[in-house]
Design a protein around this ligand. Structure first.
Ligand code: BLA
Length: 505
């Protein structure tokens, strides 16, 4: 393992994973000078796999058609996405699946893998795309995604892993070999996937770890002669994986992985993570198909997320309608807010809600007692200014409310009038309260100082420590919805008070 200094989580962020100077052994990497396609740097396994010395020689002289096939590609940028290049290398040269890109600092990186058996993909991809487009809830989409990928790739386990607002992960869908322990519902702390890796996964959308037992193959010479620095392997498919992560996979009993980024609106929404107990490679055409499918999943995720938001807005409109009707019928609007609690709770994914209005308290679901609610109202008055007040860890922020967790660890509030003490408040429980886990999540785990003892159970224990006293963080969408409800109620309150004044006259 690299010397990362003190064994703490910040050390993970200091590992430059794209500058490892080594690849996995299932392929060959060549760095070519652009002007004459001379090989200036190569993975140490090149002579063995290509049957000849390559350093210092130009590609055409090595035999095969690689040089010819590269020539017409040279006017492309090649710096965002590697292009596939099926080519042969050597006299009676074997055929390779090649990928070509331009790393920062110049030159061309050509990565070669022996092609494997790939099924006829057209029909498979068409069917998978239809299945993805046919889903109409996020859950259904994630489950379908895991099923499609497992059918297509045959890994023992396929998980859809979703990031929350704080970067923590949750396994939201899973397909697995029947005898494996389920990971569905598992949570992992953000630190399990360092920021450097997440940034990389925005650009390099699919990573394959073929065999955790591999010996990394160094690049020769170690530094790129074109830059005098480590070759930037950000876009490389063969890049040697961080030893920290390899150790994690070993501790988990996993031998091979394939992980695909799920992007929504340019942000890393989550990952599709495939695990296998034996070494496993996926040939390039099948990987390309998976990347395409992940792209479609991302597009569908975006559509379903905005649909969910539109539905939340629609249900606020209905709520407004019901409040106005209630004013006409009962002379009061408050009942309408609470007679169908789900319309109040569901759009905000909250477990409880309370209304503080004209000295009275109405509530539904899991909420603190009336005394505590009044105290919260008084505290909210000191926080006035913003249209919504969001606290994921109320008790950590305001110790006198610490006793409200775990049932009401997080609070989202919006004023319903100009008057002090008049608020609509939603509550969320501590995150650990909502976890479902196949095994026993609360089985004690000792967290030592040894950072190589990384494993899912230790991660879960770490996550529990991190989120202690914290509810799931309110998202910008939650805040927008709360504001919409708050504004709607404020309007109704204004009308209600105007009507009451007229009647009093
Ligand atoms: C990367 N860690 C990752 C990745 C995942 C996880 C999914 C991305 C791997 C890829 O894209 O190929 C974590 N994987 C999990 C978890 C599960 C899983 C939690 O399947 C549970 C089911 N990891 C740590 C710690 C460090 C760390 C403490 O837990 C830091 C010292 C590092 N994780 C780490 C690094 C990478 C990583 C450096 C990048 C690996 C790479 O791309 O080279």
């Amino acid at each position: 393992l690299p010397d990362l200094g003190q064994p703490d989580l910040s050390s993970c962020e200091r590992e430059p994973i794209h500058l490892v100077g080594a690849i996995q052994p299932h392929g060959v990497l060549l760095l070519l000078r652009e002007t004459d396609l001379t090989v200036v740097q190569a993975s140490a396994n090149a002579p063995a796999l290509l049957g000849q010395e390559v350093l210092g020689r130009d590609l055409a002289a090595l035999g095969g058609d690689a040089a010819e096939r590269i020539a017409p590609l040279l006017d492309q940028p090649l710096d965002a996405l590697p292009v596939p290049l099926r080519c042969s290398l050597g006299r009676r040269g074997p055929v390779f699946d090649g990928l070509l890109h331009r790393p920062p600092g110049g030159g061309l990186v050509l990565e070669l893998e022996r092609p494997g058996e790939a099924p006829d993909l057209t029909a498979l991809v068409e069917r998978a795309l239809a299945a993805i487009l046919g889903t109409y809830t996020l859950r259904m989409l994630c489950e379908e995604t895991a099923r499609i990928l497992r059918d297509l790739l045959g890994y023992d386990r396929v998980m859809v892993y979703r990031f929350d607002e704080d970067g923590h992960g949750e396994v939201v869908a899973e397909q697995r070999r029947a005898d494996l322990e389920p990971y569905l519902g598992n949570r992992y702390p953000a630190a399990d996937i360092p920021q450097v890796a997440r940034r990389l996964y925005l650009r390099n959308r699919l990573r394959m770890l073929v065999d955790v037992q591999y010996a990394p193959v160094p690049l020769v010479p170690r530094l790129s002669p074109l830059t005098g620095e480590d070759l930037d392997l950000s876009l490389s498919v063969l890049r040697s994986v961080s030893p920290m992560h390899v150790q994690y996979m070993k501790n988990m009993g996993v031998t091979a992985t394939l992980v695909i980024s799920l992007l929504v609106g340019g942000r890393l929404w989550g990952l599709i993570a495939c695990h296998h107990a034996a070494p496993r490679t996926v040939p390039y055409p099948l990987r390309a198909a998976c990347e395409l499918l992940a792209e479609a999943v991302g597009t569908r995720l975006a559509a379903l997320e905005s649909f969910t938001q539109a539905q939340a807005e629609l249900s606020v409109r209905r709520l407004e309608q019901r409040m106005i009707e209630a004013v006409g019928r009962e002379g009061d609007w408050r009942g309408a807010l609470f007679d169908q609690p789900q319309t109040l709770l569901q759009p905000l994914n909250a477990n409880g809600a309370a209304l503080l209005f004209e000295g009275r308290v109405l509530s539904t679901g899991e909420v603190p007692g009336t005394g505590a609610l009044r105290e919260i109202g008084a505290w909210l008055d000191t926080q006035r200014g913003a249209p919504v007040i969001a606290q994921a860890a109320l008790g950590l922020e305001e110790p006198r409310f610490a006793g409200l967790a775990p049932a009401a660890a997080g609070l989202l509030a919006t004023p319903v009038s100009e008057s002090p003490g008049e608020w609509l408040v939603w509550f969320r429980p501590e995150q650990t309260q909502t976890v479902i886990w196949g095994g026993d999540p609360f089985k004690p785990v000792v967290i030592g100082d040894d950072p190589t003892q990384v494993s899912p159970r230790r991660s879960f224990a770490q996550w529990c420590q991190i989120v202690e006293g914290r509810a799931e963080t309110w998202t910008p969408t939650d805040m927008a919805t709360a504001r919409l409800i708050g504004d709607t109620v404020t309007d109704v309150v204004l009308q209600f008070r105007a009507v009451r004044m007229l009647i009093a006259l």
